[in-house]
Design a protein around this ligand. Structure first.
Ligand code: ATP
Ligand code: PRP
Length: 213
């Protein structure tokens, strides 16, 4: 029996059609069910529902054989013990620096100002600003990053942007795209060796579904 780790919301919703292409349906909808372990139409596959940022942890420790996680989470978390064979091309967005409308980010950077940056992605942000030679004080947040510049907690945020609607609604502007993001299939390295025969048909199905997207 194999275990696939997914998070509720967009990852689950966008993975579901990929599983459907492989003829697999899920027994319950995690949005309405409180169950965290879901059966599927394939007796060899069960799904566990975890926080998006916890998916790599479950896979790293082998509690799940494979999972679907955004590159943002993977880069922030590290890839120890993980094999990352397939870009699924779902949950596409980008990681960007954003500031309040009217804040002259480029001048602040040019003048060598020390910037306060609020983000959930402290490792990505630290590396990005270090490469640019910008001095930053990083403030770790777990959500609602857009609020930070509005109420003076930070000069800038590093957050995910897709349509840009959230930034716009909060009078923020994207000043620097950092990287493009999509969700990847990740596999526990030990499980990949041990359960290769069982895993391979699922990996092939994901690969095919990703190509058809
Ligand atoms: P957690 O619950 O662990 O705090 P989260 O709330 O960020 O995580 P989701 O919002 O479901 O979880 O996002 C899951 C993944 O989807 C992210 O890691 C990212 O790769 C991608 N993602 C996030 N926001 C968007 C968006 N607006 N458009 C497209 N993809 C996104
Ligand atoms: C993500 C991200 C931004 C928003 C960007 O939040 O943290 O706030 O999407 O998307 P947009 O550019 O299309 O507006 P999400 O919707 O996942 O909500 P969350 O805060 O619950 O993670």
């Amino acid at each position: 029996m194999l275990t696939l780790a997914l998070s509720k919301g967009r990852i689950f919703e966008e993975t579901l059609p990929m599983l459907a292409k492989a003829g697999i349906t899920v027994s319950e909808d995690p949005e309405t069910s409180r169950k965290l372990i879901l059966g599927t139409s394939n007796p060899n596959l069960k799904i566990i529902i975890v926080r998006a940022s916890d998916v790599p942890t479950y896979v790293q420790f082998g509690a799940a054989d494979f999972g679907v996680a955004g590159q943002d989470v993977l880069i922030e978390n590290g890839l120890d013990g993980l094999y990352m064979p397939i870009d699924l091309g779902i949950a596409k967005c980008r990681l960007s620096v954003a500031v309040k409308e009217g804040f002259d980010y480029n001048s602040a950077v040019k003048q060598g100002a020390r910037l306060k940056v609020a983000t959930k992605y402290v490792n990505c942000a630290r590396e990005h600003f270090a490469i640019k030679g910008v001095h930053v004080d990083l403030i770790k947040l777990y959500g609602s990053m857009e609020l930070a510049p509005l109420i003076g907690l930070a000069d800038a945020i590093v957050d995910l942007v897709s349509t840009g609607n959230t930034l716009k609604a909060n009078h923020l502007v994207e000043v620097e795209p950092m990287m493009t993001i999509s969700a990847h299939l990740i596999v526990n390295q030990a499980s990949h060796k041990r359960n290769r025969k069982e895993l391979q048909p699922f990996l092939d199905a994901f690969e095919l579904a990703a190509q058809k997207k």
